[in-house]
Design a protein around this ligand. Structure first.
Ligand code: SF4
Length: 265
């Protein structure tokens, strides 16, 4: 079985405030990645392979330590390539904690159907990326040419296997899906295609548009043009999605009203 390698772990604020436990999130970032996006701003993990090996037992101890330090959820970043090793300790953790420690899985959107089924059965909140749609865009950022279609299929599978949403009384998501999309400079047309692809499979859950693009070569942030953010978020709202901007509900839009009263997508 493939040993796990972990880059870092700790208690952090999760980006999306709507996710239960994100006020004190037990984050674990895995080393390595099954993709090689040219915009990746964590090359320490995806390219340079920095991290420490963990057995299943050591992983379980790490989770216990995070819980002792106040973790309110378990937030696994890029777990896909270790999924076959992770599923056994995660099953035990789920049996121990159940809904007291929601399991959040941040994944690339480029997973096999088998892996997605496994993730659906163990995860509470699944957060797939939907990075680009067209094969031309995929090529330009060094993603597989089939990325867009695969991400759409992944979303469809997750909607079937994990699609219902469940919230606490205070409106925090405890079970369901939340899609992430990074707005990249010059990619508005493709971002609109991503929204259309999600609408085509009738996705009406949360979509978080991340509007800060970090150039990995110079670590410089480019913020998306506000007009483009408006165009994109309006298009997602019109398709019935619950829009977040950088993890927060927009304050003055249809999305805010929908999100504020969202109970069951
Ligand atoms: S999927 Fe994420 S971690 Fe992997 S290469 Fe792309 S941006 Fe980096």
């Amino acid at each position: 079985m493939k040993p796990m390698k972990i880059y870092k772990s700790g208690i952090h604020l999760g980006e999306e405030k709507v996710i239960e436990g994100n006020q004190s999130s037990g984050m674990i970032t895995f080393t390595g990645c099954h993709l090689a996006c040219n915009f990746c701003y964590t090359p320490e993990t995806s390219i340079y392979d920095i991290g420490s090996d963990y057995s299943a037992e050591a992983f379980s101890r790490l989770v216990e330590d995070l819980v002792m330090r106040g973790a309110r959820n378990l937030n696994l970043i890029s777990p896909t390539h270790f999924w076959s090793t992770l599923s056994r300790p995660l099953l035990k953790i789920k049996l121990n904690y159940g809904r007291l420690l929601p399991l959040v899985l941040k994944i690339s959107g480029f997973e096999s159907p088998e892996t997605l089924h496994g993730m659906s059965s163990l995860g509470d909140i699944i957060v797939p990326d939907f990075k680009v749609f067209s094969s031309e865009s995929a090529r330009s950022v060094n993603l597989p040419l089939t990325y867009g279609k695969t991400a759409q299929r992944s979303l469809e599978i997750l909607m079937k296997t994990h699609g219902f949403s469940h919230y606490t009384d205070s409106g925090k998501l405890t079970h369901g899906l939340l899609v992430r999309h990074l707005m990249m400079p010059g990619f508005l047309d493709d971002s609109l295609e991503v929204v259309r692809a999600m609408a085509a499979v009738k996705y009406t859950g949360y979509i978080n548009f991340m509007t800060y693009f970090i150039d990995p070569k110079v670590r410089q942030v480019t913020n998306a043009n506000p007009d483009e953010v408006f165009i994109l978020s309006t298009s997602a709202e019109k398709a019935g999605m619950k829009v977040l901007i950088n993890g927060k509900l927009p304050q003055s839009s249809v999305a805010f009203r929908q999100g504020a009263s969202a109970h069951g997508s």
